[in-house]
Design a protein around this ligand. Sequence first.
Ligand code: UD1
Ligand code: CA
Length: 480
Amino acid sequence: MKDGSGDRTRVVLLAAGQGKRMKSDLPKVLHEVLGKTILGRLMAASDELKPEHIHIVIGHEAEQVEKFIQDNPSATPVSTHLQKPQLGTGHALMQVAPSLKDFKGTLVVSVADTPLLTGATFKSLVEAHKESKAVVSLLTTDVDDAKNYGRITRNEKGEVTGIVEHKDATEAQRAIKEINPAIYCFAWPEVEAALSTLKNDNQQKEYYLTDVIGWAHKNSHKIASAKVADWREVAGINSRLELSEAIRLMRDITVNNLALESGVTIVDTQGTWISPEVKIGKDTVVLPGCYLAGEIEIGQKCTIGPNTVMKGVVHVGDNTTVAQSLVQNSDIGSNCKVGPFSHLREHTVLHDQVKVGNFVEVKKSVINNKTNASHLSYIGDSTLGSGVNIGAGTITANYDHITKKKERTTICDGASTGSNSVLVAPVTLEEGAVVAAGTVVTKTVPKGALAITRTPQKNHEGWAEERKRKAEAAKLEAAK
Ligand code: UD1
Ligand code: CA
């Protein structure tokens, strides 16, 4: 909520670190987990809190991260804060503090390398924080292998007393199985006072945000903690292997939900990759080898796959089949047949009962009801009416290499093209127009007319025999 000083919420995402262990030119937070970057996922989870603002601390490869944020605007106003050099997670928050002068409320602070973190978990932490009226609240979770995570220390009463980083921990502390996912709520501006007390006298010579917890304990400020049942939801990604694990886990969660909640058959649950944003209707079957990542909505009783990739924003109606195909940012209607081996590129719209078959590529085109393009075609920058038949090998020549311009082709209802015809755009086939096989169309074909540009066929009687005879005669001559 945005008004009433006590109810104000802002989010800080710490995304300035290098992510050395990823061994990548790409900043860690821009690596993708099923079609969406880690940072994009964190921003979406933050949006669910409906905060008044999201502050993102950037540093390593800041320009790339900044560009990503600009290209992917969030529902919430976002500002970026440059941290250079990167002297630790506490130092990262110090870069945001000056922008929070007029802010009084709950400051949610999270690391930005936890792609499986959901809005629901964020919400449960904020609720626990508000209910307990704590000054500092944190998520914790129990793990078998505590790796390099910060360990939660508690006193004999079970109260949280602080966090000790793995590198600074004693053997006894390293045995602690309750770890710090690094997702906190701070009462602001109360916690601002902690920042000036942070010191870098530790193994990593960094200003640790984790020391805020020890500060709160020392100063008898109330600390609340909430446990996450499955540690994997708050796991931080530090290496490529951990990235793969996160992708697999996200896949498992999504596939389980679709199978159990939505009534979708997923034939090969290990060999099918679906991102959590994807919605699929009842009784649709997803065959092995599919990768569906994006804002994708598929209707009921469809058959998707095998080996089909859908990316970006894709809608599919009911009773549609998409086999062995690649579909990007396109809409497919109901009762359509796509594939095998079709490529629907950006801004393609297929209405109902459309057939797009083998080796057909469609780009920025609208194809109306009951139109078929069954074999070996390129349809680009075109509008096709209903009941059109596109013959095998028909090409819309939409690109002028000299002017570098793309032109449109319009094919009206009931028109048809013969095999291997080329429609040189801009051009229109009016209603019911017929294009003969092998024709190159460069001007409008009027309603109901036949366009034919072939030279008339001539037959040379006996030509083959004659040729054979001549060849044999030449051979005999040469042997002499
Ligand atoms: C941090 C926590 C650790 C916790 C773990 C959870 C500290 C000191 N440690 O360790 O207790 O168990 O996360 O995953 O906080 N970042 C900056 N600026 C910096 C350094 C880091 O913005 O100067 C950002 C990174 O981009 C990253 C996040 O903070 O998103 C965490 O940094 P990372 O180096 O991964 O910290 P961990 O060692 O994992
Ligand atoms: Ca980390």
